[in-house]
Design a protein around this ligand. Structure first.
Ligand code: MGD
Ligand code: MGD
Ligand code: SF4
Ligand code: MO
Length: 690
C-alpha cells in the first residue's frame, strides 16, 4: 500500500452503545480517529435510521477526557500507577477481606453497557476467582421485576416478540414507557405504524408524545397500575370479552383471578386511578377486540415497590385477552441498556449462572464447577443495593464497580455516598471520571465499545457482534482482560482467554439459550435471537407460540398498594423521574457531545401550569426541591406534560441529581427501589430572594 492509504477512511460496522434497540452503526475512521457515524441501510432493526444519540457516538468515546492509565488515590488525590501496582493494591485488599471476613465481604457490579464477554467474565470472576455470588448490575433497578414476574407467569422474562412485529399489530399498547424518547428508533417505527393505520393506546400519568397522538390515553395516577388492570379485567370478564378458548387451553388459575378482580368494579378503579369509567371500558374493548395487540411496557411498571406484582398484572391482562404467542402480539418489556438483556443472560445476577441456571440448584452448580474447575459458593449473593447497605453495616468491605455510576443513578444519593465512604477499598473500571469513580481508591481504564470485539444482546434477544474501529487510548483494556489478569493474581487461572471469541464459545457451551451461536454465524445473520440451538439453528423471533416456557401460562391474583411515600401536608407534591431523548443515564457519554448538550444543557423540573401558578413559578424560574432525604436546585419547565399535583425530573444531570430525592423503599421480591414515586416540596428561589 502506498503512503496515500493513510488518507482513505474506512467504515467499521458495529452496534450503537446506548439503548436496547440495538441499531446498526458504521464508524468512519481515518488515521485511528472516528471522524463520523453513519447508519447501516440494511440493518434489520434500524433500517438506515439512527437517533441523535446514535449519530453522536463519536463524542462518547473521544480520547480527550478518557482515563488512560490505572490511577491510585493517595491523600485524596489520584496519581498514575502501573498495572502491576494497581493489581497488587487490589489483590492485597481483596485477600485481606477474604481472610478476615470471608468472600461474601466482597461485592462486584457488572455493566450493562459493556459486552456479553465482559459480563460473563465479571460473574465468573466473582464466583470462581473470589468465591461469592455477590454480583449484580443495573438491571436490579431497571427490569429485575420483569425477570422475576414473567418467570412466574410465563417462564421467561424477555420480550416475547420481535421488533419487526410492530408493523404486524393492529393495536399497539404503550404501558408505562416512552419509546419516542427512550427507544427512539423503535418509537419512530411505532409512530409510522400509527400513521399507517394501527391504533394506539397509551397508559401513562404524563402526556407523552405518543399519548398526544394516541386513540386513547389513560392518564392514571402514579403507582396505580394494578388497580387499573384489575379494573380492565373486571370489565372484560363482566362482558365476556376474554379469550376463553385460549384461557382453557393454555392458562391456569383463572378462577382465583376472577375472584380477585371482582373486588375492582369500575367505580372503585376510577377512584384509585383517576381514569374515567368510560375510558376504562373503551380500553378493555379495544384490547380484546384487536386481532393482534402488541403491548410494550417499561419503567412505569417496574420501578415501584409493587414492581413484580405490576409485571404479573400486565401478564394477567395479556393472557386473559389471548394477545400473546402470535406475531404482532405479546408482552414486550423494552429492555433499556444496549446490553442489559445480555448482562442478565450472562448471569451477572446474584441468583443465577449464565442462561438463568439457578445457583441454588445443585445440578447447575456441579455443571459450572466442572466447567470452571473450581468449587463454587452455594448461598445466593447480595443485590446491588444490598451491597451498599452491607457497606454501611460493615458486612461488605470491598467493592469493584465495572462501568456504572451509582452515585448518580441509585436512589438516595446521600445514602450511597456514605456507603462508598465506609468501604476499605472501592475499585472502579471506567472510561471517564464519573462521580462514582471520583470516590474510588483505584481506577482501572476500560476500552470502550469502539475499541473491542464482543457481542451485545438487544431488547428483542438479538445477539449482535461489535467490532473494534480504533485502538484503545493509552493503556485501556477490555473489561474481560482486566478481570482475567486480576483473577490470575488471585490464583485462579481459568480466565486467561486469548480473545473475546474464546469467551463467546465458552458461553455457547454452557448456556442453552446461546448454544447454536458463534461469531461467524452472527456475522452472516446480522445477529441471532435466542434461544438459538439445535432445535432452532437460526434463532427464535417469537417466544411461547405453542406452549409457554413454563408450560401453562399462570394467572396470579394481585392487589393494588399505594407507593411507599404519598404526598402529605409537609411534602404535598408527587415526584417522579424520567428520561430525556438527548441524554443517557448518568450523562458521562452524551454530555460530551456539543450537539446533545445544546439541546438540553442542564437539569430541569417539569411542573404543571396550575402548580406553577400557585408557587409563582415561571419558565426557567430557579427552584429548590426537597424530600425527606435531600434537596436539589434546578430550573422549572412549565408544561402540561405532567398532571397537576405531580412534578418530574430527568436523572442525567450530576449538577441537579434527582436521586438526592428518590426513595430507597424496595419491592420485597426483587429489591427494586421506588424510583418512580415519592413526595416532595418545591420552593421558588426567585421569590425567596426578592
Ligand atoms: N434517551 C435515553 N434513552 C434511554 C435511556 C436514557 O437514559 N436516555 N435509558 C435507557 C434505559 S436504562 C431504560 S431502562 C429505558 C427506560 O425507558 P422507559 O421505560 O420509557 O423509561 P422512563 O422514561 O423512565 O419511564 C417510562 C414512563 O413511565 C411513566 N410512569 C411513571 N409512573 C407510572 C405508572 O404508575 N404507571 C404507568 N403506566 N406509567 C408510569 C412515566 O411517565 C414515563 O413516561 O430507556 C433506555 N433509553
Ligand atoms: N431516579 C432515577 N434513577 C434511575 C432511573 C430512573 O428512571 N430514575 N433508572 C435506572 C435505570 S433503568 C438504570 S439502567 C440505571 C443506569 O445506571 P448506570 O448503569 O449507572 O448508568 P449509565 O449512564 O449507563 O452508566 C454506565 C457507565 O458505564 C461506562 N461504560 C460504558 N461502556 C463501558 C464499558 O465497556 N466498560 C466499562 N467498564 N464501563 C463502560 C460509562 O462511561 C458510564 O459511566 O439508572 C437507574 N437510575
Ligand atoms: S434508538 Fe437506541 S440504539 Fe438506536 S441510535 Fe438511538 S440510542 Fe442508539
Ligand atoms: Mo435501565
Amino acid at each position: 500500500m502506498g503512503s496515500h492509504s493513510h488518507n482513505i477512511s474506512k467504515i467499521t460496522q458495529t452496534i450503537c452503545p446506548y439503548c436496547g434497540v440495538g441499531c446498526g452503526i458504521g464508524l468512519r475512521v481515518e488515521q485511528d480517529k472516528i471522524i463520523g457515524v453513519e447508519p447501516l441501510a440494511n440493518h434489520p432493526i434500524s433500517q438506515g435510521k439512527l437517533c441523535t444519540k446514535g449519530w453522536s457516538t463519536a463524542y462518547a468515546v473521544d480520547p480527550i477526557d478518557r482515563i488512560t492509565t490505572p490511577l491510585i488515590k493517595e491523600n485524596g488525590v489520584f496519581r498514575p500507577a502501573s498495572w502491576d501496582e494497581a493489581y497488587r493494591t487490589i489483590t492485597e485488599a481483596f485477600s485481606a477481606a477474604i481472610h478476615d471476613k470471608g468472600a461474601d465481604s466482597l461485592g462486584i457490579i457488572a455493566c450493562a453497557r459493556a459486552t456479553n464477554e465482559d459480563c460473563y467474565a465479571a460473574q465468573k470472576f466473582t464466583r470462581a476467582a473470589l468465591g461469592t455470588n455477590n454480583i449484580d448490575h443495573c438491571a436490579r433497578i431497571c427490569h429485575s421485576p420483569s425477570v422475576a414476574g414473567l418467570r412466574q407467569t410465563l417462564g421467561s422474562g424477555a420480550m416475547t416478540n420481535a421488533i419487526d412485529d410492530i408493523e404486524k399489530a393492529d393495536l399497539i399498547v404503550i404501558f408505562g414507557c416512552d419509546p419516542t424518547e427512550n427507544h427512539t428508533v423503535l418509537g419512530g417505527r411505532i409512530m409510522r405504524a400509527k400513521l399507517a393505520g394501527a391504533k394506539l393506546l397509551v397508559v401513562d400519568p404524563r402526556l407523552t408524545r405518543l399519548a398526544r397522538m394516541a386513540d386513547l390515553h389513560l392518564q392514571l395516577q402514579l403507582g396505580t397500575n394494578i388497580a387499573l388492570i384489575n379494573g380492565l379485567l373486571n370489565i372484560i370478564f363482566a362482558n365476556g370479552w376474554q379469550a376463553q378458548a385460549f384461557l382453557d387451553d393454555r392458562c391456569e388459575n383463572e378462577a382465583a383471578l376472577r375472584t380477585k378482580v371482582a373486588e375492582y368494579p369500575p367505580e372503585r378503579v376510577t377512584r384509585i386511578t383517576g381514569v374515567p369509567e368510560a375510558q376504562l371500558i373503551a380500553a378493555a374493548r379495544m384490547y380484546t377486540e384487536a386481532d393482534c395487540a402488541l403491548l410494550t411496557y417499561g419503567m412505569g411498571i417496574t420501578q415501584y415497590t409493587t414492581g413484580t406484582n405490576n409485571v404479573i398484572s400486565i401478564s394477567n391482562l395479556t393472557l386473559v385477552a389471548g394477545q400473546i404467542g402470535r406475531e404482532g402480539t405479546g408482552i414486550n418489556p423494552l429492555r433499556g441498556q444496549n446490553n442489559v438483556q445480555g448482562a442478565c443472560d450472562m448471569g451477572a445476577l446474584p441468583n443465577v449462572f449464565p442462561g438463568y441456571q439457578e445457583v441454588a440448584a445443585p445440578a447447575s452448580r456441579d455443571k459450572f464447577a466442572a466447567a470452571w474447575q473450581q468449587q463454587l459458593p452455594e448461598n445466593k449473593g447480595l443485590t446491588s443495593l444490598g451491597m451498599t447497605k452491607g457497606a454501611l453495616t460493615g458486612d461488605v468491605s470491598c467493592m469493584l464497580i465495572m462501568g456504572e455510576d451509582p452515585v448518580i443513578t441509585d436512589p438516595d444519593q446521600n445514602h450511597v455516598r456514605r456507603a462508598f465512604e465506609a468501604l476499605d477499598l472501592l475499585v472502579v473500571i471506567e472510561l471517564v471520571m464519573t462521580e462514582t469513580a471520583a470516590m474510588a481508591d483505584v481506577i482501572l481504564p476500560a476500552a470502550a465499545f469502539s475499541e473491542k470485539q464482543g457481542t451485545f444482546t438487544n431488547c428483542e434477544r438479538r445477539v449482535q457482534l461489535i467490532q473494534p474501529a480504533i485502538p484503545a487510548p493509552g493503556g485501556a483494556k477490555p473489561d474481560w482482560q482486566i478481570l482475567g489478569e486480576l483473577a490470575s493474581r488471585l490464583g485462579y487461572n481459568g480466565m486467561n482467554w486469548g480473545n473475546a471469541e474464546a469467551i463467546f464459545d465458552e458461553i455457547a457451551r454452557l448456556s442453552p439459550l446461546y448454544q447454536g451461536m458463534s461469531y461467524p454465524k452472527l456475522a452472516v445473520h446480522y445477529g441471532l435471537q435466542w434461544p438459538c440451538n439445535d432445535d432452532a439453528p437460526n434463532g427464535t423471533p417469537l417466544l411461547h407460540s405453542k406452549t409457554f416456557s413454563r408450560g401453562k401460562g399462570r394467572l396470579i391474583p394481585v392487589n393494588h398498594a399505594d407507593p411507599a411515600e404519598m404526598p402529605d401536608e409537609e411534602y404535598p407534591l408527587f415526584f417522579t423521574t424520567t428520561r430525556l431523548n438527548f441524554h443517557y443515564g448518568c450523562g458521562s457519554m452524551t454530555r460530551k457531545s456539543p450537539l446533545l448538550e445544546r439541546e438540553t444543557p442542564h437539569g430541569i423540573l417539569f411542573i404543571n401550569p396550575s402548580d406553577a401558578q400557585t408557587l409563582g413559578i415561571k419558565p426557567q424560574t430557579k427552584v429548590r426541591i426537597h424530600s425527606r432525604r435531600g434537596e436539589v436546585e434546578t430550573r422549572a419547565v412549565v408544561t402540561d406534560e405532567v398532571p397537576a399535583g405531580t412534578v418530574a425530573m430527568p436523572y442525567h444531570f450530576k449538577e441537579a441529581p434527582c436521586n438526592q430525592l428518590t426513595n430507597n423503599a424496595q419491592d420485597p421480591v426483587t429489591k427494586m427501589p421506588e424510583l418512580k414515586a415519592c413526595a416532595v416540596r418545591v420552593t421558588n428561589l426567585e421569590a425567596e430572594t426578592k
